[in-house]
Design a protein around this ligand. Structure first.
Ligand code: ADP
Ligand code: ZN
Ligand code: ZN
Length: 848
């Protein structure tokens, strides 16, 4: 039978009861559609309608999709005949009311569709479609399943059980069961951990499973344990195993610890214990063996280290100030220098919020969400903590999603997309490193900033929001200065650690004096040498990956460029390739100039790969590792590099901005910024702010525990104003200067910006469309607020020619709201022109 998703039993009832109502639902489809679609609810399923629950509908001729019920009413749509809902999946919401409210706000504020927001929000395993596939779950064992399976479920399991890793599409499942409504069966199997779902073959989920053991449940009381020892008195080997277990998992202090158990291998591979005694205990039902999927965060199992640190006096004062300010304000900025111990303050505040019964969301930039921090939090919050990382597989995300819904996770630490999770009773949100640009999503829509979304969630749910940073965003500090946010400062590092000493190195002068060795000054080299000799570690920062950003022919000047983008190709030595950093295009490194045939091809400039290479020659005694996009593509590569550095297997860590963010290594005493100038001279009004933040943050990695840290900054012009502020670690002075610049040039926080980008494969049409759009905008908003159109610095990416228009608006809410409507209208006019049908128009609100 081929599967059609017609409603299974239309059940035409001849005489409808008089009080019977016809219900309609508006659904959010996970597609960029401008409005919601209305479907009809079959009478007999009126009671099944759940706002925020998923239903299956037919959309278009063939496609069936799951979507979210956003509203229920009795008004049939005017423009079309409503189709019936095919199936109800959930009997409880997967999207909560507060989420729906938030998603609506996001769509409006960020000028996109609700479908785009939902699409970004829901893990794809919650977005069933006819192309979805299922597979047996790796922890499922047919004989030992703790849940009974019904006949339909068993048939699916049998069909999947054949060869290893066999998958079925939904269509195949429908054929197999010979019914159209099978989503409930699938959902039930997923809940029982029998199957899992994935969208594409490439996504196949192969989690790591470990065998663990724990004490069988009825032995978990003090009395039972004592009795157990009595009964085992004549079996010393088994007693040893038990003692070891209790030592690792002190259930007599806290029974809940037993739940997690420990890895079986920790017992069987111990030289002092007998593996067969372990197995006997399992066989006799004293220990219980179970499988657990281990997270990509290798957590130490150390249940004894449950206690968080004792806050220092300065930390206690700051914590108290935050609490007091929360009495008056909803938002507080914690401005604490790098290494001042902000994390411990967060932990204390989280505990407090949890004690009060609320949920907590702790946001971190992707790069700072490491095993380090998760371990620290796990120790305090144990199984109440959910972790939400973008590199997680979809199933792991669904687990967190459901865990938040069910109340299992009361606190979640996550990256920007964690703002989408189904919280409904948050009492605290923390946005650490709130200045970070990685909180902003560039592409695709919604182009949101998780910090701003967090503020809105706080507003909707009546929760407090704590923003933390050593280098707050200028906008944030302005709000604090205005009294809109509370402000708490921590100006000293935790413990004995002082702020690092920062020195400038004048590379132009040194080059003239022949004291530069490639890109290294003798000062930097000798400082590195001496630190390594003292077994201390070094971080080198260069904001460019690859070997060289440009290669050029020495004879004719030819520079290889990307075919699809307006950029030169970067040379990657290891791969022996030229690569485009914008579209991923790559080709082999030519041996001679494609233009004139000369063999004199030289590299210009340098990236992290070249630094790594040079160091291997100049400091052969050092163990150098590189951390950038190229070395961290594999799922665990990033953790690996950080782990090696943490365990001091590596002396020098060379990297892009990845090394600047929130990492806490105790043995780093030297940080080198190899080329500061490229960071300062960037064509953007935020360049100065970004450079300041980067310098201070990367400097902040030095000397965090006791040892005096040193930072060497290489620059061709040490007189640039920014250095002075970095050296004196004077945020206030930086801010005072910067805010005046912003005021003078009417940049945020004094205005709000919306950037519109017009993209077209044809350069001329891109320009024409941009001119028309500008005209339409000027007509509606006035000339003075519309800037452009202008091609951006990189004016062509992935074959699209770009034109940008920037709109600067007053910050008043009503003005903003109206302006967005006007902008949408202007964009629609351009989109409706036949000539520009191939054009793409993108709005980016609060671009970064
Ligand atoms: P920040 O986030 O402000 O840069 P961290 O929270 O990472 O600083 O703290 C810096 C270092 O000081 C960390 O290694 C942390 O473990 C340590 N630390 C902070 N507070 C305490 C405390 N109260 N007791 C012991 N160690 C602490
Ligand atoms: Zn040439
Ligand atoms: Zn390209």
């Amino acid at each position: 039978m081929s599967l059609t998703f017609e409603f299974a039993s239309p059940a035409p009832v001849p005489t409808p009861a008089p009080d019977r109502v016809t219900l309609f639902v508006d659904v959010i489809l996970p597609l960029p559609l401008p409005k919601l679609y209305t479907y009809r609810v079959p009478y007999e399923l009126n009671d099944n309608v759940v706002i925020g629950g998923r239903v299956i509908v037919q959309f278009g001729a063939k496609r069936t999709l799951s979507c979210i019920v956003a509203a229920v009413h009795e008004t049939p749509p005017k423009e079309y005949q409503a189709k019936y809902i095919l199936e109800f999946i959930d009997d409880a919401p997967v999207v909560t009311q507060p989420q729906l409210k938030l998603f609506r706000w996001m769509a409006e504020y960020y000028m996109c569709t609700l479908g785009e927001v939902i699409n970004a929000a829901l893990p794809s395993a919650l977005k069933l479609s006819s192309e979805s596939r299922i597979q047996l779950h790796p922890v499922f064992v047919a004989e030992g399943s703790p849940y009974p399976l019904d006949d339909k479920e068993q048939r699916i399991v049998d069909a999947l059980g054949g060869e290893d890793g066999k998958a079925l599409t939904f269509t195949e499942v429908g054929d197999l069961l010979e019914v159209a409504s099978f989503h409930k069966v699938i959902k039930s199997l997923m809940q029982k951990d029998v199957i899992f779902l994935f969208e594409q073959m490439a996504d196949k989920y192969t989690p790591k499973v470990v065998k663990k053991v724990r004490l069988a449940e009825h032995f978990v009381t003090m009395a039972a344990v004592e009795q157990l020892f009595d009964t085992l008195a004549s079996k010393p080997k088994q007693v040893d195993v038990l003692l070891k277990y209790l030592q690792r998992v002190p259930v007599h202090h806290n029974e809940h610890l037993n739940q997690q158990g420990i890895e079986k291998a920790a017992l069987t591979s111990s030289p002092h214990l007998s593996p067969s005694a372990v197995n006997t205990l399992i066989k006799n039902g004293i220990l219980e063996q179970f499988d657990q999927i281990v997270s990509r965060f290798p957590l130490e199992e150390n249940p004894l280290a449950q206690m968080p640190f004792q806050l220092s006096e300065a930390q206690t004062t700051a914590r108290d100030e935050v609490m007091t300010l929360f009495g008056q304000k909803n938002i507080v900025l914690l401005h604490g220098v790098t290494g001042s111990g902000k994390t411990e303050i967060y932990i204390d505040l989280i505990r407090n919020a949890l004690d009060g019964g609320g949920q907590v969301l702790y946001l971190l930039p992707e790069i700072a969400l490491t095993a380090q921090i998760v371990t620290r939090l796990m120790r305090v919050f144990g199984s109440r903590l959910g972790v939400y990382h973008s590199k997680f597989s979809d199933n792991e995300r669904v687990e967190v999603w459901n865990g938040v819904l069910s109340g299992r996770f009361q606190v979640v630490v996550g990256v920007r997309s964690a703002v989408f999770l189904p919280f409904d009773s948050l009492s605290l949100l923390i946005v650490d490193e709130e200045h970070e640009s990685s909180y902003k999503q560039y592409d695709p829509a919604p182009r949101y900033n998780a910090r701003e979304v967090a503020l809105m969630i706080g507003n909707f749910q009546g929760a407090k929001v704590l923003l933390g940073s050593a280098t707050p965003a200028v906008e944030t500090f302005y709000m604090a200065r205005q009294g809109r946010y509370g402000l708490v400062s921590l100006s000293k590092r935790f413990g004995e650690a002082g702020m690092p000493e920062i020195e400038l190195i004048d590379t132009r002068k040194l080059r003239a004096d022949k004291k530069m060795h490639n890109h290294f000054s003798s000062d930097l080299l000798s400082a590195m040498e001496s630190k390594i000799a003292q077994q201390e570690q070094v971080i080198l920062f260069q904001n460019r990956r690859g070997y060289a950003p440009v290669i050029a022919c020495q004879d004719c000047g030819y520079i290889p460029k990307c075919q699809s983008c307006a950029v030169s190709l970067s040379y990657h030595k290891h791969a022996h390739e030229l690569r485009c950093h914008y579209c991923g295009y790559h080709e082999g490194m030519p041996t001679q100039c494609p233009a004139c045939g000369s063999r004199a091809l030289r590299t210009q400039g340098f990236g992290t790969e070249k630094l790594e290479d040079d160091l291997k020659i100049m400091l052969p005694q050092a163990n150098v590792q590189r951390m950038d996009l190229d070395t961290t593509r594999a799922k665990n590569a990033y953790q690996q590099i950080i782990g090696d550095f943490e365990q001091q297997k590596t002396n020098v860590l060379v990297g892009t901005q990845m090394v600047t963010k929130g990492l806490d290594f105790e043995n780093v005493s030297l940080v080198g910024i190899v080329n500061a100038d490229a960071i300062i001279h960037y064509p953007d009004y935020r360049a100065h702010e970004r450079a300041y933040q980067m310098f201070v943050q990367v400097s902040g990695r030095a000397g965090r525990k006791g040892k005096k840290g040193k930072v060497l900054i290489q620059t061709g012009d040490p007189t640039q104003v920014i250095f002075d502020k970095v050296i004196r670690n004077d945020y206030l002075e930086f801010y005072a200067y910067e805010i005046e610049q912003r005021r003078e040039h009417e940049y945020p926080p004094f205005t709000r910006m919306i950037k519109l980008t017009v993209k077209h494969m044809d350069q001329e049409l891109a320009q024409k469309a941009a001119i028309l759009l500008t005209q339409e905008l000027v007509d509606r908003l006035g000339r003075s607020v519309v800037l452009g159109p202008e091609p951006p610095y990189i004016f062509r990416i992935r074959n699209f020619f770009l034109q940008e228009i920037v709109i600067k608006l007053s910050r008043e809410h009503t003005v903003l709201k109206q302006a967005k409507l006007d902008i949408c209208a202007a964009m629609d006019i351009v989109r409706d022109q036949k000539e520009f049908r191939q054009a793409r128009l993108v709005a980016d609100v609060d671009p970064m």
